[in-house]
Design a protein around this ligand. Structure first.
Ligand code: C2E
Ligand code: MG
Ligand code: MG
Length: 653
């Protein structure tokens, strides 16, 4: 009971409106409201103190003829002196920026000061009224009513301060009028009570609506700065934090770091499992990241799958590295989403200010460049910004925006590289390889633009175009010639791809077995789930699947046994070295043998010399591909290639 009373009074004297049945708030919000209340009072205070000083002087003059002249003079000097001193003090305080939070104790002080000032005026009617002349009494009545009204106005948003100020004056008036039994004075007393009640009631109404307005405003400001999905600060809040850090850097040289994070392959989670799963993934990521930072710092979500952190007051760059490592480690455990386990990862780019930039634009641009290098190095990588990153990232950005319109502008085209069957020495098909004729840069190799297409998600649109184009082209070739199309992981795990393939085949009127999809081993080990359903679906369609670049990935032989591949393509690096390195030759030989045992076709990639071809023939390799047979050629040169007698003669056994 006692503690309840104590907390009630603590709230009451802190100006907390819930003590009067007003809106209930948490302490953070209450502190904000106090700050707003206080700044209003401080805004008035210079005027109020001036008025107090003037009134005190007026009273001294009015009582000059009264017997209380000396005590009135002492009183007036004390009140006017303190009012002027206090006024000067609050004028100085006003120049300092408005605080965001005001403590209860500060509000207690304000209420106490209001009471002291009110009491000083409450003394006036008690001490000086009886002996004053009629004129003096009139002045005292006017001054007291004026003080009541002025106090209510000054403390219009803080009822307890208004009460603390006006109550002593009320009491003073009551005592003075009570002593004097005159009817006119009783009527005046009645009027004072009526006016006073109206004023106090006005203070309550005003302060409640003021508090609600402040709460709404603060709530709105919070919402503007919060990401609704993850409840992390958003880009607006992040930019403000960054700007504040830059301001401190210029004022006091305080160094800081910015960590930029990008989730690896988040787009694939979205594509494969749908947006609700993607959202859930982000929420879980956010809650893990939140636990990695120092207490006063908050990681922000500044884009779809981009997060960022400003690390203020950085003592050593290693501290930034330390937090970045924690971010990366937060992804060790897989995420459980809709009953599935999803393995995520993040890459982190770090910039140090002022070393790497001293404007928001420079800092973020360079953080982006460092992040890009981290991403290129693979999932879970951390990179500090290096001066060279800048140029690379500018180049890449330009390429990315050019790629967006490349299909529409007809800048993409396919070239075709034949597979030669060693048995019959005839061409059995072609691999479609993508080319980009850039208007200024000329021919851009796929190794440069395919990774960009994958990161931006453009690969889906481009991949569809490749399939349609390849099908339309193979339709013009003899029926026993196939076309092979390369796939990216993102495309492969997008279930919509089956629909596209079916459509492309039927539009071009091409039999499904003439289309082959090339995928790499890394796609099989994808963290987004098993490749098996997609592979089986392709097989059911009648489309064949080849395992590209075999030997460069995990080379798990179990895949070959378990998954329905129709062909293995031995990577060109083995073919290049097989004549000089015995272990390469051994690998080529055993892969060919293995394929034979499993009843799978085998293609050797990158055959450049006749010796290599001879060697492969000895091992009974099924097909070869490489510059020796033909470089990739444009579609219109394919018929000629199929006709060439010379080709048959050259490669005949
Ligand atoms: P890949 O599928 O392994 O394609 C074989 C690459 O080796 C091609 O390079 C080809 O031109 C090159 N090559 C062929 N024979 C020889 C040779 O005898 N010696 C040497 N040194 N190289 C040879 P390219 O066209 O630059 O393609 C590179 C990679 O880009 C491809 O590797 C493939 O993974 C990817 N790619 C190409 N087109 C597409 C596409 O339409 N979609 C996707 N997702 N990826 C593609
Ligand atoms: Mg290929
Ligand atoms: Mg290959």
């Amino acid at each position: 009971m006692r503690t309840q009373l104590t907390t009630y009074f603590a709230r009451l004297f802190a100006g907390d409106l819930s003590a009067f049945g007003g809106p209930v708030t948490d302490e953070a919000m209450a502190g904000h409201i106090r700050a707003e209340q206080m700044s209003l009072v401080l805004g008035y205070s210079v005027g109020i103190m001036l008025a107090n000083a003037c009134n005190a002087i007026v009273l001294a003059i009015a009582l000059w003829q009264s017997p209380d002249r000396i005590s009135a003079l002492i009183w007036a000097t004390a009140v006017a002196g303190s009012a002027i001193a206090f006024g000067l003090q609050s004028h100085a305080a006003r120049r300092i920026t408005k605080p965001q939070f005001v403590s209860r104790r500060a509000m207690h002080r304000l209420v106490r000061n209001a009471f002291v000032l009110g009491a000083a005026w409450g003394i006036v009617p008690v001490a000086f009224f009886t002996d004053a002349s009629t004129g003096g009494q009139l002045v005292i009545t006017c001054l007291c009513s004026g003080m009541l009204a002025g106090g209510a106005l000054a403390f219009a948003t803080i009822p307890i301060a208004a009460i603390a100020f006006t109550a002593p004056i009320f009491v003073g008036i009551a005592v003075c009028l009570g002593r004097n039994g005159d009817l006119a004075f009783l009527l005046i007393a009645f009027l004072v009570v009526v006016y006073g009640s109206v004023l106090i009631r006005g203070v309550f109404v005003n302060s409640f609506s003021f508090a609600r307005r402040v709460m709404r405003q603060i709530e709105a400001e919070r919402t503007v700065r919060l990401d609704p999905l993850t409840h992390l600060p958003n880009r607006v809040a992040f930019n403000e934090t960054l700007e504040a850090a830059l301001k401190r850097l210029t004022l006091s040289g305080e160094e800081f770091a910015v960590l930029l994070l990008d989730l690896d392959r988040f787009k694939e989670v979205n594509d494969q499992f749908g947006h609700p799963a993607g959202d859930e993934f982000l929420v879980q990521v956010a809650s893990r990241l939140r636990r990695c930072t120092r207490p006063a710092e908050h990681v922000a979500r500044i884009g779809g799958d981009e997060f960022a952190l400003v690390m203020a007051n950085l003592a050593r760059p290693e501290d930034a590295l330390d937090i970045a490592e924690r971010f990366v480690a937060a992804f060790t455990e897989p995420f459980r989403i809709e009953g599935r386990q999803i393995v995520g990862a993040t890459s982190v780019g770090i910039v140090l200010a002022p070393r790497d930039g001293a404007t928001p634009l420079d800092v973020m641009k360079n953080a982006d460049a460092a992040l890009y290098r981290a991403k290129r190095a693979g999932p879970g990588t951390i990179r500090f910004f290096e001066a060279n990153d800048d140029r690379v990232s500018r180049d890449r950005k330009a390429l990315q925006s050019d790629l967006e319109g490349a299909i529409a502008r007809n800048e993409l085209f396919l070239v075709f590289q034949p597979f030669l069957d060693l048995d019959g020495s005839r061409i059995t098909g072609f691999e479609a390889l993508l080319r980009w004729q850039h208007p200024e840069r000329g021919l851009v190799p796929p190794s440069e633009f395919i990774p960009i297409a994958e990161e931006t998600g453009l690969i889906h649109e481009i991949g569809e175009w490749v399939i349609r184009r390849a099908c339309a082209t193979v339709a013009k070739w003899p029926d026993d010639i196939r076309v092979a199309v390369n796939f990216s992981a993102a495309q492969f795990h997008n279930t919509g791809i089956l629909q596209t393939i079916v459509q492309a085949l039927s539009e071009a009127k091409v039999a499904p077995h003439r289309l082959e999809i090339e995928i790499t081993e890394s796609m099989l080990l994808s963290k987004y789930g098993s490749a098996e359903p997609v592979l089986n679906a392709l097989l059911q369609l009648g489309v064949t699947v080849a395992l590209d670049d075999f030997g460069t990935g995990f080379s798990s032989l179990t895949y070959l046994r378990k998954l329905p591949f129709s062909r293995i393509k031995i990577d060109q690096s083995f073919i290049r070295d097989m004549l000089v390195q015995p272990d390469c030759a051994a690998i080529v030989k055993s892969v060919i043998g293995l394929a034979r045992d499993l009843n799978i076709g085998v293609v050797a990639e990158g055959v450049e010399t006749a010796d290599q071809l001879e060697y492969l023939r000895q091992f009974n390799c099924d097909e070869v591909q490489g510059y020796l047979i033909s470089r990739p050629v444009s579609a219109d040169r394919v018929p000629a290639l199929l006709e060439t007698k010379k080709l048959r003669a050259t490669f005949a056994a």
